[in-house]
Structure formats: C-alpha cells, structure tokens
Ligand binder design. Structure first.
Ligand code: NAD
Length: 501
C-alpha cells in the first residue's frame, strides 16, 4: 500500500460529545500527512462553547454515576472489551496513526500501539486486585479512607505518540471512576477519533469519554479553564506546560505535567560497547527522533570516544529513512512543517557554537521534494553550554560530548534545565549506584534503553514536569481522599456549658 492510496475512515474530525459526533463548525483546519504533505482530513476546531458542552456532558455523566458507580468487575469487563476491540482494529489504528504522524507503520504495530492494550490490561488487572484499607487508631477510633473520583479530567496529548499517550490517560481516568474530555494534538487526531468508537462499542457509556479538537491556545486553553474541570493531565512541551499550569491556577485545579527532556546518555569505558551502541541509536533515532525520553546528549569517556563515534555514524548512515508505510522504514518524516524547520535550524546553530557535523544534517537524497525528512544527524560539541546541548530538539539529532572522569559526566548530565531521564552504560557497579543517587532526573536507566511500566513512577525533575504517571501517582492525581473517623467508644470531649449542672 502506498501513502496516497490510503483513505482514512473519517475525513472530517469533529468533537465527540455525549456519545455523538458533532457537526463541523465554521473553522476547519487541515490534517496533513507529513510523508507527502497532502491534506488527508479536516479538523473541526471546537470553540469555547463547544468545549464547555463537552465538559458539561462529562460532568453530567460523572454526577449520574453511570460509570463511577459501576462495580470494579463491570469496569474490568469493559476494559477487557476495549483490549479485544483494539486488537481487532490494530491494523486500522496503525494506518491512521501512520497517516497523520509519519511514524513508521512497522514501529507503530510492533512497539507503540501495543501500549494501548497494555494500558487497559494493566488497569483491568488492577481493578480486580485493588482494595482500600481501614485502620484502627489505638482502640478508640476506626478510620478509613474513601477514595472518590476527582470528577472531570481534562486530558491533553501531544503528537509524538498520539493514541499511545492518550490511551494511558483515558485508561487511568476511567479506572479511578472519572469522566473525561480528551484533546489530542491538532495535527494528529485520526486514531484517537477512531478510538472513541471503540470505547463506545466496548460499553463506555455516553458522556464518560468526550473528545474536542483544535489548537492549544483555543480549544486546549478553553478546556483547562472550564470551571467544570477538576484535574488536568498534560503531556507536551515545557512552555505549554507553564501556560497550562497558569491557566489552571485560578481554579486551583490539580495538574500533572509530563514535559520535555534533554537526557544524558553516559557511556563509560567499562561498558559493553555493543550494547551501548544499540542503546544509543535506539534512544535517539526511534519514534522518528521525537521522544521525550530521547538520549539526545551522548557523553563518551575519552578513551572510547573516537571508536564509538565512528561505529555510531556508520550505523546511523545505514538507518533506512523513508515512506512510513513501507515496512522496512526505520525513520520516517518529522511530524509537521513548523517542527521540521525548527529541527533543521539546529544544524547551523551547532556549527555556530563550534560543533562538528558527524553525519546527516540534510534531506536524504532520493526521497523527492515532499515530506519532512531529515537524515539521522549527529554532531560533536565542545561544550555543554552549546544550544544543541541545552535545548530540546525533538528530532533525529544526537549531540556528542567527551568527558574524562565520571564526576565530570555526572556534572554535565545535571547541567540542564531538564531532568526527565538519564541513561548510563557501565560495568562498574559503584558507578551505577552513584549515578542513581547523583543524577537529577525522574528515571535513571542503567544498561538499557527506556522501558515503561505503569507499576513504577514516570515523570520529570526540574522543567521536565510535575507529578508522576505510574499507579501511585495516578491514584493520587485522579482521586480525592476522604478520611472517615468512627468513634468506637465515647471520645474525650470538653463539655462546654455543662459546668453549672
Ligand atoms: P505541545 O506542548 O505543543 O502540545 C501538546 C498539546 O498541548 C497539544 O494537544 C496542543 O494542542 C496542546 N496545547 C498547546 N498549547 C496549549 C495551551 N495554551 N493550553 C492548552 N493546551 C495547549 O507539545 P508537542 O509539540 O505536541 O509535543 C512535543 C513535546 O511533548 C516535547 O517537548 C516532548 O518532550 C513532550 N513530551 C513529553 C512526554 C513526557 O511524558 N514527559 C511524552 C511525550 C512528549
């Protein structure tokens, strides 16, 4: 199948409110295939009024208890149907996702979209296991915590893993009994829209999951500010995270912010260098280089640096760049025109800051003039102060630096506004433990690329975010706790006004 012969099911994506697809409003935005630059669908932007209608539907469904009061067993059955239907439609979802994101189809099928079923499987299992505990305070009181849904959750997702990330938020919001409104990125609504049909068919009642579409400063902002929204879960850029936190503050809404990164990948002379090479390439070039946890600063110990860079460059040059629908493709186009221009601008910036271009830095020859393609790029930088070492590029763009001793590597790793993840390749156990303590990041990975597991927290230090996605963080984020205290015997109480009797 070629890119141009594939037609998405829905050519106009509108809001999905209370179980109904809405008619398109006045403003239509083009949804563009980044591999061909063709318009593949139209997006009906939800204004503040339509966004308010989506929140109202979510709130009504939440207050009715139609979902929140279902038993854990009933919720679990719905989750299991979501998993089964997702698997049934995985090919269609993968093609839709590929069409508007440019992510390689093969990668979507094998790696990214299985996260949807893992998310719902995880929470289906959790629903069957979770119990809240009661406790005694000495012999005087029985106390327990009632955990209640927070209410209406606004879920705002980015374009680099559109449905995989949206599904994490939807699964968690639903598992804890909330209703929600999802807003995908305006450039990547196709698979998320199709997923609304799957949720409905699986038995999620109307109004429990709603979807609005549009640009961040219009639809997203209206959603965050809506007084009916209680919590805002956001994954995206750091600047946007700041705007969302500010917009949520007057309503005292809880925010979870999963933001950008500039993660260090430290490779020492004791490491298994074959593994480190695979890990370094994976951490910067998969997902079209658009990963929040990209190992985008590769720090090499001097004794191994030259040989490692030579091997890295050889492999980077051999990465198959091209049509994301081609099953052999390893690296597709960047997500959209503005992002492509921004990523390419870092090539000149690296040179201006004294960097040496090791590979890439241009459009791959032979792919024609269309599509936002960039060769896998790597530069060697003289200092961590360079802009390509400080700013998140979010593309297939690695910045190497060389260090002499381990303390220097840790200092470079921490010399960043960001603190999402950090990678270390070593066979020195003490170094691994030192890095685990000294690195200022929410996740430290030793001798492995990123692995996600909802049993463990995922999130960032510093400008990489606020809050954690992972079962404990999500439990706190998506619920309110109510402590109930029952006296088991008459408590000691002052007897005001009883003195004269
Ligand atoms: P973005 O911040 O531009 O957009 C993300 C979403 O926010 C989109 O849906 C957008 O429409 C919406 N938005 C934009 N402005 C808004 C506003 N003022 N109010 C409400 N919503 C608004 O991010 P992006 O460019 O789509 O995604 C890339 C970024 O996401 C990168 O920085 C990447 O590191 C980050 N990211 C982080 C994680 C993580 O888990 N930490 C995961 C994936 C991506």
């Amino acid at each position: 199948m070629t890119t141009s012969s594939f037609t998405p099911m829905r050519t106009t994506i509108t809001s999905y409110i209370d179980g109904q697809w809405q008619p398109a409003g006045a403003l239509l935005l083009p949804v563009i295939n980044p591999a061909t630059e063709e318009v593949v669908a139209q997006l009906g932007e939800a204004d503040a009024r339509e966004t308010a209608a989506a929140v109202a539907a979510a709130q009504a469904s939440w207050k009715s208890g139609i979902w929140a009061r279902k038993s854990a067993a009933e919720k679990r059955r719905v989750f299991q149907r979501i998993v089964a239907l997702t698997l049934e439609h995985i090919e269609e979802l993968a093609q839709l996702e590929c069409l508007n994101s440019g992510l390689p189809l093969n990668y979507l099928r094998a790696r990214q979209l299985p996260r949807i079923t893992r998310n719902f499987d995880f929470f289906a299992d959790w629903l069957s296991q979770n119990v809240e505990k009661a406790g005694m305070t000495d012999q005087d009181y029985l106390r327990f915590v009632l955990r209640e849904p927070a209410g209406v959750a606004a879920l705002i997702a980015p374009w680099n893993a559109p449905l995989a990330l949206a599904s994490t938020k939807i699964a968690a919001a639903l598992a804890f009994g909330n209703s929600c409104v999802i807003k995908p990125a305006e450039t990547t609504p196709l698979a998320v829209a199709r997923f609304m049909d799957i949720l409905s068919e699986a038995g999620v009642p109307p109004g429990v999951v709603n979807m609005v579409n549009g640009r961040g400063h219009v639809t997203g902002d209206a959603l965050v500010r809506d007084p009916g929204v209680r919590v805002v879960s956001f994954t995206g850029g750091t600047q946007t995270g700041r705007a969302i936190a500010a917009a949520a503050a007057p309503g005292l809404k809880r925010v979870d912010l999963e933001l950008g990164g500039k993660s260090a990948n430290i490779i020492t002379e004791t490491a298994n260098l074959d593994d480190a090479l695979d890990g370094a390439l994976t951490s910067i070039y998969t997902n079209n280089g658009q990963q929040c946890f990209a190992g985008s600063r590769i720090l090499l110990q001097r004794s191994i640096a030259d040989a490692f860079m030579r091997r890295f460059v050889e492999r980077a040059r051999a990465i198959r760049v091209g049509d994301p629908l081609d099953m052999a493709t390893e690296l597709g186009p960047l997500s959209n025109a503005a992002h492509y221009a921004r990523v390419c601008s870092f090539i000149e910036m690296a040179r201006a800051d004294g960097g040496e271009l090791l590979c890439g830095g241009q459009r791959p020859p032979g792919l024609g003039a269309k599509g936002y393609y960039l060769e896998p790029t790597a530069v060697l930088m003289p200092s961590n102060a360079a802009r390509v070492c400080q700013q998140e590029i979010f593309g297939p763009f690695a910045a190497f630096q060389v260090f002499d001793d381990f303390d220097e590597a840790i200092a470079i790793a921490n010399d960043s506004e960001f603190g999402l993840v950090s990678y270390l390749w070593t066979n020195d156990l003490q170094q691994a433990h030192r890095a685990a303590r000294a690195i200022e990041a929410g996740v430290v990975l030793v001798n492995t690329p990123m692995i996600l597991d909802l049993r463990f927290p995922f999130g960032g230090y510093k400008s990489s975010g606020v809050g954690r996605e992972g079962i404990d963080g999500m439990r706190h984020f998506y619920t309110e706790e109510k402590t109930v205290t029952i006296a088991l015997q008459r408590p000691a109480m002052a007897r005001l006004g009883a003195g004269a009797q």
